[in-house]
Design a protein around this ligand. Structure first.
Ligand code: M6R
Length: 369
């Protein structure tokens, strides 16, 4: 059942190209437009939505944080992303024009379920993004867009995460399509780029041996920090979460722009810091900023582990370890940049003798508060 792999997690990491492709399958027509008939929320309701609120927990929350950048860029609808456990105990401002997107692999997470009930009581429409057919969250939502990752057994979420990002992007693009925003041509271009992502993930998977070696060499460390900007920031958070739950190491993700507001005080000699570098093409301001951040932390002794696009030479002088990922459009980079972080955490857990598929104290679906 593990298909020759030692752990379900390794199998599920390897299945990501297929999971991503399957989640797109049948949802794009021959003309390159989206066909999401399964979203049964009427087009006029989608056209009138004036706010999007994403609720989720853990890794699904990180997918939501990434989605915010895409949703606001493609639809121009304001989008908030909130931990379901916080949202449900606030007094959020919602009405019938609010579209709530509840993301959950299992469809059974109690906090996310309570958040969506809370939203529906106030008249909001709820669209679930879920990987488990017929589970409670999609049953209680107005509509559902299923991710087609297949069953995810390992407690640490991997392939579900990538497909959640894809599904969120489909929703964002679909909203753009239905609302006829000026992004029409861009939408078609992104759909074409999305179709290439599965191949890019495949290529990342073929080059993971140095990442495994690096992980083994860091097995004695106590702390690893992760930095990112823009969509690389949630990727940093996800990298840190994977390391906590699998390697039981202290790990934190930061927005690189926050360094000077506190976290830089943590940098000491030989502290491993993973930095997710945005593409040097397009939004090059982001790229330049992060190269300075890498210089700043390295000058203070950090051991820099740099995840950067193939062909990005500017980072080379400052990278103690360089992990290459294929060039992708900025908004799609999280789908390739997260993969080395999954492999890194999995290998560190193995090197530290931890149970990879069943980390201590954790359950696959958290059906209690
Ligand atoms: O089933 P869900 O997507 O609702 O689960 C949410 C979180 O419990 C889950 O992503 C958790 O954070 C994972 N163990 C992370 O790897």
């Amino acid at each position: 059942e593990k298909g020759g792999y030692d752990y379900f997690m390794l199998k599920e990491i390897a299945e990501q190209p297929k999971a991503v492709a399957d989640t797109l399958l049948g949802r794009i027509d021959a003309s390159g437009a989206l066909r999401l008939d399964e979203i049964r929320i009427p087009a006029n309701v989608l056209r009138e939505a004036d706010k999007i609120v994403v609720v989720a927990c853990g890794t699904a929350f990180h997918a939501g944080l990434i989605a915010k950048y895409a949703i606001e860029h493609w639809t121009r609808i304001p989008c908030e992303v909130e931990l379901a456990s916080e949202f449900r105990y606030r007094d959020p401002i919602l009405d019938h024009r609010t579209l709530v997107v509840a993301i959950s692999q299992s469809g059974e997470t109690m906090d996310t379920l309570m958040a969506l009930r809370h939203a529906r009581e106030q008249g909001a429409r709820v669209l679930a993004i879920c990987n488990t057919n017929g589970s409670t969250i999609p049953r209680e939502s107005d509509a559902v867009l299923y991710t087609h990752a297949g069953p995810e057994v390992a407690v640490a979420s991997t392939k579900a995460f990538l497909t959640q990002v894809v599904a969120c992007y489909l929703v964002a693009l679909y909203l753009g399509q239905v609302r006829g925003t000026k992004w029409g041509d861009e939408i078609r271009a992104v759909i074409r780029d999305l179709a290439q992502i599965s191949g890019a993930v495949e290529r990342v998977l073929e080059t993971m041996e140095p990442v495994r070696e690096l992980a083994r060499s860091l097995a004695h460390k106590n702390t690893v920090l992760f930095l990112g900007r823009h969509v690389g920031y949630p990727v940093a958070l996800e990298g840190a979460l994977k390391l906590k739950e699998l390697a039981y190491m202290h790990a934190e993700g930061f927005a690189a722009g926050e360094l000077k507001h506190g976290p830089i005080a943590l940098i000491e000699e030989d502290l491993p810091v993973v930095v997710v570098v945005p593409s040097p093409r397009g939004r090059s301001v982001l790229h330049d900023k992060i190269v300075s951040n890498i210089q700043e932390i390295r000058a203070r002794g950090a051991r820099t582990i740099v995840i950067a696009e193939e062909g990005d030479e500017a980072v080379v002088p400052y990278a103690d370890h360089l992990i290459r990922i294929p060039a992708t459009p900025t908004l799609l980079q999280p789908m390739v940049a997260t993969v080395p972080l999954q492999v890194f955490a999995c290998e560190l857990a193995t090197a530290r003798g931890n149970e990879v598929d069943q980390p201590r104290n954790l359950a696959k679906s958290v059906t209690v508060e």
